[in-house]
Design a protein. Structure first.
Ligand code: ATP
Ligand code: MG
Length: 390
């Protein structure tokens, strides 16, 4: 993620320094200037000082007792620096201040007391949105696979989806961020390095070093393997954000196996994803968990990115797909047939289903890959030129 430059506008000196520490602590943004007073008119010298710092983001602290000046400042900065994103920091107990801040031009309203994670998530949302508008097609897309409940099949989906994308488009990475990495076992690979090695070397990580930490599967899929023992010290969410950024700069599609991991890091990776596939079975506990997880992921925005994949699907009399959607509160994206013997044998032998051609289940993963990429410009273009030459 490119470093964002941030200007802080806060009357309270303590709040100014707290915000500076929090911004710099995200590792994806840096405070370039801070102001102690709010501009009251467009010609105010404070506006000029903010302009000359040419920030990507202006953080405006909205005091609970007297929000009016801060709201006016947001309006002025929005008008004078229309390209800059404005984040208001304030109390959630004042709904009117939130509405007014958003109306004045704030893009985000972040609760006080603020944490580094709150800011990091807001910065990630901003860069993801900007990327969508300005650079669609130039960077890779992330699809994250999350289990509604342990053992629902996230790793099976992640591995086979990544292989299906690799065979259709090439240049695909599979990244295993589960607490214990099973993806390598599913593909009978013996990785020398893991995600932890890539993160330890973030400061000097470029495309070639990144690839040297990855393990190649025959057919070309590159795996960044997960840990083979639970980590003693977890990398920070900011480090994961940088790793993701490097991955999408290098690969066309990045499939992340989060399996049952659901913490701030997993949520951040989901935030950075084009689509989050929540893998569930069609039973009450699984769909209930899917609904809870969707709510957790949706708290930081992008609820519509989360879609349901029903694994081990079979028709149940009296229970329709729309019942599953209603129970989970999520739109159904795909159904994968229930084929216990084929799937278990594939895992035990380390030969993924996608490499055992012509099975119904392999066709299902090919279809899922097609569904996820159908709107990608280059994929559309290729389909069109194929059509023309036939
Ligand atoms: N479509 C399917 N049909 C039948 N069985 C399946 C299917 N998908 C997965 N399974 C079975 O479910 C088990 C768990 O699969 P997998 O390892 O992919 O799950 P997971 O959700 O990633 O597990 P964990 O929670 O440990 O990360 C496997 O042993 C496999 O046999
Ligand atoms: Mg798993």
């Amino acid at each position: 993620m490119p470093e964002l430059s941030v200007v802080i506008v806060a009357q309270d000196s303590e709040q100014r320094s707290v915000l500076q520490v929090l911004v710099d602590g995200t590792s994806v943004a840096r405070t370039v200037h801070s102001c102690a007073s709010f501009p009251v008119v467009a010609s105010d010298p404070v506006v000029r000082r903010i302009q000359s710092a040419s920030p990507d983001v202006v953080l405006v602290d909205v005091p609970s007792d007297s929000p009016a000046l801060a709201l006016r400042a947001i309006e002025i900065v929005h008008q004078e620096l229309p390209e800059t994103a404005l984040f208001a920091i304030g109390s959630m107990a004042q709904p009117q201040a939130i509405v007014n801040a958003m109306r004045s031009g704030a893009r985000e309203y972040i609760e006080r007391p603020t944490t580094t994670t709150d800011l990091l998530e807001a910065f990630v949302r901003l860069t993801t949105a900007q990327r969508k508008v300005s650079r669609e097609g130039l960077r890779g897309k992330v699809f994250t696979i999350v289990n509604a409940k342990g053992g629902s099949g996230a790793t099976t989906v992640a591995v086979n989806l990544a292989l299906a994308l690799q065979s259709a488009h090439g240049n695909v990475a599979l990244v295993d961020i589960a607490t214990l990495g099973h993806a390598a076992l599913h593909m009978n690979l013996k990785p020398l390095f893991t995600v932890a090695d890539a993160i330890r070397n973030l400061h000097r990580l470029d495309s070639s070093l990144l690839e040297s930490f990855m393990t190649r599967h025959n057919g070309g899929l590159q795996l960044l393997a997960g840990p083979n023992a639970p980590a003693a010290v977890e990398p920070s969410t900011a480090e994961f954000a940088r790793l993701c950024d490097l991955l999408v700069g290098h690969f066309r599609y990045v499939v992340v196996d989060a399996s049952t991991r659901m913490d701030a890091t997993a949520r951040l990776v989901c935030n950075l994803s084009e689509r989050v596939l929540l893998v569930a079975h069609a039973d009450v506990a699984s769909l209930w968990s899917a609904a809870r997880l969707q709510q957790y992921l949706g708290e930081t925005g992008g609820r519509e990115r989360v879609q349901l994949v029903l694994n081990r699907f079979r028709k149940i009399p009296g229970f329709s797909e729309s019942d599953a959607e209603a129970a989970a509160g999520i739109k159904l994206l795909w159904k994968i047939p229930n084929q216990y013997f084929a799937v278990s044998a594939a895992i035990d032998r380390g030969i993924p289903l996608m490499h055992q051609n012509h099975t119904e289940i392999a066709r299902s993963f090919t279809g899922l890959a097609g569904r996820l990429t159908e709107n990608d410009v280059d994929v559309k273009r290729r389909a069109w030129s194929l059509f023309k030459t036939v």
